[in-house]
Design a protein around this ligand. Structure first.
Ligand SMILES: [Zn+2]
Length: 185
């Protein structure tokens, strides 16, 4: 897993026209207001009363956290929660999980990870591949006698079969060259 980093900044400073913040690794701990100002501000600058600067934001995201931009927005609390939760997800599944999380209004937490694991079908090169690899079994194709499959095989449009299943019971998204598919909740 790559670093799960966020550029954490102070909203009060920001609204006063100063960009105060720095990159922090959220797998360690969520930075405090003091830490953000210590790192992001000239130590000689005593013009800011940090006590009045309470709200921090995730101004930018790096590494795998950037996959969750839609879900996190600029919320440091959400960025911290996503960081905790996605440690248990294998690297290949992070991008589809991010898409899954973004398509849902539920908070990103351990329960959502379990939901995703239960719903995720896999990655396919095309809708046709999804039709062949996944839907063939659902249609009972494998249970047909060999001779029947041979004579019918040429007439079946597996892309259409795959699309039919996708439209009815699944959600999917293209990430790079792969079509990631999961069961509708
Ligand atoms: Zn500040």
């Amino acid at each position: 897993m790559t670093d799960l980093r966020a550029w954490v900044g102070c909203w009060a400073c920001y609204s006063e026209g100063r960009l105060v913040g720095d990159w922090f690794d959220l797998t360690e701990a969520v930075p405090t207001v003091e830490q953000v100002h210590r790192r992001g501000l000239d130590p000689a600058d005593h013009s800011i009363d940090v006590a009045e600067h309470e709200e921090l934001g995730a101004f930018d995201l790096d590494g795998d956290l950037a996959l969750f931009t839609d879900t996190i927005g600029e919320s440091l609390a959400t960025a911290a929660r996503v960081t905790q939760v996605i440690g248990g997800i294998e690297a290949d599944h992070l991008a589809p999980f991010a898409a899954f999380a973004a398509s849902d209004t539920a908070p990103v937490d351990a329960a959502l990870v379990e939901q995703f694991k239960a719903a995720y079908v896999g990655a396919f090169e095309s809708v046709r591949d999804f039709g062949i690899d996944h839907c063939m079994e659902l249609t009972g194709w494998d249970s047909l006698p060999e001779g029947v499959r041979q004579s019918l095989g040429d007439y079946i449009d597996w892309a259409q079969v795959g699309q039919g299943y996708l439209d009815a019971d699944y959600d999917s998204t293209w990430i790079g060259q792969a079509l990631h598919v999961w069961h509708l909740q």
